[in-house]
Design a protein around this ligand. Structure first.
Ligand SMILES: Nc1ncnc2c1ncn2[C@@H]1O[C@H](COP(=O)(O)OP(=O)(O)OP(=O)(O)O)[C@@H](O)[C@H]1O
Ligand SMILES: [Mg+2]
Length: 283
């Protein structure tokens, strides 16, 4: 994709320039991705299984290094920074939280990152207490993370990332395996962090979450970005979504069907559809 016009702006936190990545097995998982992410954005990365989303995410904090092209974080070549240095700026919550959890207690898990980068005791405590409070983990701070339910394990893994107070939070399928209430609570927390200025990169298969939360959508297919658009625009291109093995949220699909009776196709949420259907009732 073509870099957006503000690619050189000071607000740019991430810039991938023609990034390529081939696994040792020979799989070309990124085939030249150019992507600009600005401060404060709420960006969704979507695409079918194996399209390269997780591989892309792991490039944002140096867990993977491009085999071609460049990754810049805050204008600096990520290749010149360690993963620990990058973790201060870009936090990555793994698709599988169990890949991230290894400490004896929830408290130790959450405090590990801040302690590991050499912050002093009071600062480690402040960050740990804040992250535990944000993720509502106070009651279980002494429990072993791996003894918890998947929903709680995911919250612990996200808390340990939040404790690093990164400017960019990359969440890889954070609602997978959560029940509806857990997912809603998590999405509210992510919204609050974004409102406070954290840049969010949400990788998900849940188009409803994308429609309700993201300002911008990047669609990946076969290691490439095939669409980079504001959210409303992304869901209007049904043909491209289908080719990318994606469907818009049910309410948007319904609006497309109802367009035969004059309803706008441009609907992202149930509230918007209700407004559209009742508009003019008072006239
Ligand atoms: N460790 C690995 N070694 C070799 N190939 C890999 C590895 N991890 C991923 N791949 C391959 O790279 C491609 C992209 O995988 P990736 O995990 O980035 O996709 P994804 O979009 O995150 O998929 P999903 O929706 O299933 O999480 C796929 O073909 C996958 O099989
Ligand atoms: Mg993945």
């Amino acid at each position: 994709m073509i870099p957006r016009p503000d690619a050189d702006s000071e607000d740019r936190v991430i810039f991938l320039r023609d990034a390529k990545f081939t696994y040792e097995s020979g799989v070309e998982a990124l085939k030249g991705v150019t992507l600009v992410i600005d401060k404060g954005e709420y960006l969704a990365v979507v695409g079918g299984n194996g399209s390269g989303k997780t591989t892309l995410a792991k490039h944002l904090n140096g867990l993977l290094r491009p085999t071609g092209g460049q990754v810049l974080v805050m204008g600096v070549q990520a290749s010149t920074r360690t993963v620990a240095e990058l973790a201060r700026v870009v936090g990555y919550a793994f698709q599988n939280p169990d890949h991230q959890l290894f400490c004896r207690t929830v408290h130790d898990e959450v405090s590990f990152g801040p302690a590991n980068i050499g912050l002093d005791g009071p600062e480690v405590k402040r960050r740990t207490d804040r992250a535990i409070a944000i993720m509502s983990l106070s009651d279980i701070r002494d429990r072993p993370p791996l003894s918890l339910t998947l929903g709680l394990r995911r919250r612990v893994s996200i808390a340990s990332v939040i404790a690093m107070e990164p400017q960019v939070l990359v969440l890889d399928e954070p609602t997978t395996g959560l029940d509806a209430r857990e997912a809603d609570e998590l999405m509210s927390i992510i919204r609050m962090l974004n409102d406070e200025g954290t840049t969010i990169v949400l990788i998900t298969h849940e188009m409803k979450l994308v429609a309700e939360h993201a300002n911008r959508v990047v669609v990946m297919m076969d290691g490439k970005v095939v669409l980079d658009s504001d959210t409303r625009g992304a869901f209007s291109d049904l043909g491209l979504l289908r080719r990318s093995k994606l469907l818009p949220p049910p309410v948007t699909q319904l609006a497309h069907r109802l367009s035969q009776i004059g309803v706008s196709k441009d609907i992202l949420t149930p509230q918007e559809l209700v407004f559209e259907l009742t508009r003019g009732d008072d006239q």
